[in-house]
Ligand binder design. Structure first.
Ligand SMILES: Nc1ncnc2c1ncn2[C@@H]1O[C@H](COP(=O)(O)OP(=O)(O)OP(=O)(O)O)[C@@H](O)[C@H]1O
Length: 234
């Protein structure tokens, strides 16, 4: 059975710890909802889990999942979707071609929904022929979330997934996540809003996190400019 074990994980930038050390475990069919005030380290935790930032300390152990090459997956990046604050869809390219890109990039063994069915699951009409940039903010978020369905992956790492969604879309996306969990998937989500995941485990980063940035004694050295470029800030 797919299991993610997080042990002594401290996350941050360079040697500055934003949150941790953290210990938790998620198994197939489970959701973990990460909460906490602004600056508590929720996004930093999710980016670290997704493999976009190195951990300051600790480790993430994956068991029971196969990567694209048929070997046991060793990192979450090999078996997960990451949806950050940004939509990661090209505005000048059609919705359909954006989704085709995600299908081609992330599908492990096929089996994803068609673009039209994925959009329908998020309550959108067939907008596949429109440039992504023509969509409203909420439509853009829905279309971006549709990539979770065109390229099936076991683990969904979601940062504020329902920001910009109206009430109907929030309910729909709650149902989409529920079906993913029922099929044995895992959801790791940070949010300030209820996600409709009543059975989810909770991880509250409030205690001792915001405003108490600490520096690790040892850790990987990061080139701050490289990091900023990788994150699209410069
Ligand atoms: N690129 C960066 N370089 C240095 N520090 C950063 C960088 N990005 C975030 N931080 C710092 O890391 C800490 C945690 O930020 P993070 O974005 O993880 O918080 P969050 O809990 O997701 O907040 P919010 O609820 O506002 O989205 C903050 O103090 C923030 O200033």
């Amino acid at each position: 059975m797919l299991t993610i074990s997080v042990e002594g994980l401290s996350v941050g930038r360079g040697r500055t710890i934003a949150a941790g050390p953290l210990d938790f475990r998620s198994s197939a069919g489970e959701a973990l909802v990460v909460t906490g005030p602004n600056g508590a380290g929720k996004s930093t935790l999710l980016r670290t889990l997704a493999g976009l930032l190195p951990p300051v300390a600790g480790e993430v152990v994956i068991e029971g999942a196969l990567a694209a090459d048929g070997e046991a997956a060793r990192t979450l990046a090999e078996i997960s979707h990451y949806v950050g604050h940004r939509n990661a869809m090209k505005p000048g390219v059609t919705v359909g071609r954006n989704l085709d890109f995600w299908r081609a990039s992330l599908s492990l063994a096929g089996g994803g929904l068609s673009n039209r069915d994925a959009l329908d699951a998020l309550g959108l009409p067939d907008l596949t022929g429109l440039p992504f940039g023509y969509l409203s903010a909420g439509q853009q978020r829905r279309a971006s979330l549709a990539r979770l369905l065109v390229a099936p992956r076991d683990v969904w790492i979601l940062d504020e997934p329902t920001a910009a969604l109206d009430a109907d879309a929030q309910v729909r996306f709650g149902e989409v996540m529920g079906r993913h969990l029922s099929a044995g998937g895992i959801v790791l989500a940070a949010t300030h809003q209820p996600l409709g995941l009543d059975e989810a485990k909770r991880l509250d980063l409030a205690a001792g996190a915001a405003g108490t940035r600490r520096t690790a004694g040892a850790g990987p050295t990061i080139d701050e400019r490289e990091l900023a470029e990788a994150e699209g800030w410069i």
